[in-house]
Design a protein around this ligand. Sequence first.
Ligand SMILES: [Zn+2]
Length: 326
Amino acid sequence: MIKHNIKSEVVGVDISNELTTYAIVDVRGNIIAEDSFPTCDYPDVNNFVSALSDNILMLVEANGGYEKIRSIGMSSPSASSVSGCIENAANLPWKGVVPLAAMLRDRIGLAVGLSNDAHISALGEYAFGCAHGMKNFIVISLGVGIGSCFFSDGQEHRGQGGYAGEFGHICVYPEGRQCGCGNKGCLEAYVGAKGIVQTARELMAESDAPSLMRNLEKLSPRTIKECCDQGDEMAIEVFRRTGRILGQGLATYASLVDPEAIILTGGISHAGHWLVDSAEVMFEKMVYGNLKHKVKIIISSFNDRERDVLGASALAWSVPEYSLFK
Ligand SMILES: [Zn+2]
């Protein structure tokens, strides 16, 4: 009798500028074991790959062994799924072009897939979340940066170099606010975390009206949202303005892509209806006529880390199997 070695698990890795999280995930999306370490402890990428490899192997050995693991999927900012490299990441310790997928594969002896965090978010929603069963949808990550990914006929659109979906850097105000990317008037400069804080500062400067925001030690989308929850009219106006600009951008995006749904994820999506109500009004006003009242705008039900680890695991299943130890 031939004994088949069925590999029923993969490892999903989520790299952010703060934390690298890695998890063993089974074929049904159950997280079997998970751990993490601070990314910035490893300013040299060679040391990072060694530590990541050692940590993954320790977790795997403690949870059923190496033989069950089929492959590894990784999520990182500024990663190209086409090249398998992290390319000029603004918010990671490693500069230039880093062939991270090949480095980890050589070290650990298993197939490794790498893609950027926006693609991975969308894969997570598609495999295990709100987009399950959808063929055409957009996932928008709302955080410090604004990323996106869209699926067309069940396939993610990656673009020629793997850079598709830079929704944060479409222009919403010609000659508007300076954006971190070097251009002016980008959506991210209004809807990203820093942009929201700037809007709050502008509103406070526009009038002497009282606001709980004036007493905050730290202005952030989260603390502004907490002021909204307490009925603070000026804080509510911050998200109303932000939502209008987001809705305008989403209308443009949807008019091009014709999606079934737009799924909002990331820290700023936790502003919930304070943000989405005005975004929806603007969206319905500006979207192409045939799409009016047809596109669902949904807030993701995952927490961010869970979604990215699961998305990375979905990527792991898509890379061709490879092992040094067969
Ligand atoms: Zn920009």
